[in-house]
Design a protein around this ligand. Structure first.
Ligand code: GDP
Length: 465
């Protein structure tokens, strides 16, 4: 991994490959001005748009465009940055890149510009991740939430919590030094009160972070059922377009079809499983293998039933599953994660309805008509409820699973601190738990990180970012 003092000058094409009006090549590092002297043949004025030729190493003109120079530390990476905006042709940009490489730069690794910005304290780790999330956003909500994290909203909450924990530690450690007073000071109750306050604040951040992670990662849903139950029709109704083939011939869908849609900004990764027939046909076998994997990873499994032919509810669910789903798939389906969709309600004449079970171990039932798109909104609301999803209001920010893990660990340490205080009244042990809680919060913003973690985060970025 790179350190802030690395002196390599890096370059990369920052725009996507292909033909476009403009293509941008970025350079960052101490060699920018030397490279400018070779490629532009002059020293660019800081933060000034120069319209000029770009020269090849053999002094021929390879393109002309805009050159921008941002001297460090007032640049994206915190280092000298040169940006060359030329024409967006594959050959032109590649030739420009080759010239930069021959002039002393090396090719940037994925995310290396942002990594340098992080190492030079231009942004923290949660903000750096938000750049990738903003680029990957597939909905307005995701983009808005990523922007808020990029602007530091999530980090400010984490930092304010971390400050409180540090203050508490300082207070405790000062008391430890005056051991005579330790007992009084702990029994005063103020430490306990402050710990509970911090714990409550952490709880509130976790609620917001869970929403933020849902906006980013979404919900995985699998549709299972007999051929012709209406699985593809449901997929189409949810997706709002015809992506699966709907026919009257049984077993049309032989592969696992995946679709990503949004409900109020929550991404829904829907998988329509194969016709689930036991057959030696390798295509169907592969479909079954994929169905198995999707079932295991699903947040929710929708069992689609043609209610004009069969009546399925919690009383006969297991017998029905035994007869419907192939035996290797059965262990991957549990009723608490299952929703029975009684489809084709138009044929039975019953109104669309959601029936919640009395017992959380049982399946929810939703009666609807996929083809007629009746009751689809009941299902959408049910899916949001399953994940505890609320549409992102003002102030929602994007978060990642890794942030949730760190918040969980911080909370365990805080709870341990509260327990220590209540059961042993030992200030040293409470202070130690607080130190660990602080460290876990620091993993989110990057105040405490390992090279492995940074490598993992930045390698998933695109080149040139
Ligand atoms: P799959 O094999 O489970 O994917 O089922 P399809 O979605 O291909 O549907 C099978 C047949 O049932 C098609 O002719 C659909 O038009 C029909 N169908 C699906 N949903 C409904 C519904 O709600 N009402 C009625 N009447 N027919 C439906």
């Amino acid at each position: 991994m790179l350190s802030a003092s690395d002196t390599d000058t890096i370059c990369a094409i920052a725009t996507p490959p292909g033909r476009s009006g403009v293509g941008i090549v970025r350079v960052s590092g101490p060699g920018c001005l030397a490279i400018a002297a070779r490629v532009l043949k002059f020293s660019p004025t800081p933060r000034h748009a120069h319209y000029c030729p770009f020269y090849n190493v053999d002094d021929s003109v390879l393109d002309q465009g805009i050159a921008l120079f941002f001297p460090g530390p007032n640049s994206f990476t915190g280092e000298d940055v040169l940006e060359l905006q030329g024409h967006g042709g594959f050959y032109v940009l590649d030739a420009l890149l080759q010239t930069l490489l021959q002039s002393g730069a090396r090719l940037a690794r994925p995310g290396e510009f942002t990594e340098r910005a992080f190492l030079n304290d231009k942004l923290d780790l949660a903000q750096a991740e938000a750049i990738a999330d903003l680029i990957d956003s597939s909905s307005a909500e995701a983009a808005r939430s990523a922007m808020r994290t990029l602007q530091g909203e999530f980090s400010r909450l984490i930092d304010s919590l971390a400050d409180k924990i540090v203050n508490l530690r300082v207070y405790l450690e000062a008391a430890i030094d005056f051991t005579d007073e330790e007992i009084d000071f702990l029994s005063e109750g103020r430490i306990g009160e402050k710990l509970s306050e911090v714990n409550l604040q952490l709880d509130q951040i976790m609620v917001q972070a869970r929403q933020g992670a849902l906006i980013r990662e979404g919900m995985a849903v699998v549709i299972v059922g007999k051929p012709n139950a209406g699985k593809s029709s449901l997929l189409n109704a949810l997706a709002g377009k015809d992506s699966a083939i709907v026919t009257d011939i049984e077993g049309t869908t032989r592969d696992v079809l995946s679709e990503q849609i949004h409900i109020d900004g929550m991404p829904l990764h829907i998988t329509d499983t194969a016709g689930l027939r036991d057959s030696n046909d390798p295509v169907e076998q592969e479909g079954i293998r994929r169905a198995m994997k999707a079932l295991e990873q699903a947040d929710r499994v929708l069992l689609m039933v043609d209610s004009s032919r069969e009546n399925v509810d919690n009383s006969n669910l297991f017998d029905y599953l035994n007869n419907t789903i192939l035996s290797p798939l059965l262990p991957a389906v549990d009723s608490a994660r299952l929703t029975i969709i009684q489809n084709k309600a138009d044929l039975t004449g019953l109104a669309a309805e959601r029936i919640n079970p009395d017992d959380a171990r049982q399946a929810t039932i939703i009666r609807l008509a996929a083809k007629q798109r009746q009751g689809i909104e009941l299902l959408q609301q049910h899916l949001k409820d399953c994940m505890g999803f609320q549409a992102a209001g003002e102030g929602g920010f994007i978060a990642r699973r890794r942030h949730l893990d760190a918040l969980n660990k911080a909370q365990q340490c805080l709870q341990q601190a509260i327990w220590q205080l209540e059961h042993h009244g030992a200030a040293e042990l409470v202070a130690e738990d607080l130190r660990h809680a602080h460290q876990h919060l620091g993993e989110i913003t990057g105040a405490f990180t390992t090279d492995d973690l940074l490598g993992k985060i930045f390698s998933s970025f695109c080149i040139g970012k």
